[in-house]
Design a protein around this ligand. Structure first.
Ligand SMILES: [Mg+2]
Ligand SMILES: [Zn+2]
Length: 191
């Protein structure tokens, strides 16, 4: 059984961009992100990206195009000496333009489905794992999965809660730090 650090994508690993899809070049790794994944990997953590991507539900890109963008992102991180073990994506939205994606799914954060799926597949001990995110949505999903939670300030910490039928959970994160580098520092310093 392994420990994991679940990472939100936008605002944590890559820069938060304008809503919508602007091509694979729009994924810009944040400073310190690659080194943070390298340090956590060296300490034995699995690195799992968990991301809501309603661009698919809006018909702005296909799941195949999104997978390709994530493959390139992982290649770039590994080329820089970092590590990503898995990318789990929710392509759904309750108001999706594409009918097939218009579902009240269990994977869209703040629900914990993406974390639970990865945990089952990779053999992750959720109680000894962490969720790192920039939004309430991420913290709620991490708490529901039983993980420790860390909020970073590089994304949209003050953005309104996303549209969801999930009741809000106002509990604060276990820690609030500047960025993914500080999150890695916090995790590696923990007993
Ligand atoms: Mg985010
Ligand atoms: Zn979903």
């Amino acid at each position: 059984v392994r420990r994991a650090v679940f990472l939100d994508r936008d605002g944590v690993l890559v820069a938060e961009g304008p809503l919508g899809w602007h091509g694979p070049s729009a994924l810009q790794l944040l400073p310190g992100a690659v080194a943070a994944t390298a340090r956590l990997h060296a300490a034995g953590f699995l690195l799992v990206v968990v991301t809501n991507q309603p661009v698919v539900a809006r018909g702005q890109m296909t799941e195949e195009e999104l997978s390709e963008a994530h493959r390139r992102l992982c290649d770039q991180i590994r080329a820089g000496g970092g590590a990503i073990d898995a990318v789990e994506t929710c392509p759904h939205h309750p108001d999706a333009d594409l009918e097939g994606y218009r579902v009240d799914c269990q994977c869209r954060k703040p629900r914990p489905g993406l974390l639970l799926t990865a945990a089952a597949r990779l053999g992750i001990d959720l109680q000894r794992s962490y969720m790192v995110g920039d939004r309430r949505t991420d913290i709620e999903a991490g708490r529901k999965a039983g993980c420790r939670t860390i909020q970073v300030m590089t994304g949209l910490p003050d953005a309104p809660r996303i549209r969801t039928t999930e009741p809000p959970d106002p509990a604060p994160p276990d820690a609030v730090v500047a960025d993914i580098a500080a999150a890695a520092e916090h995790i590696l310093a923990a007993p």
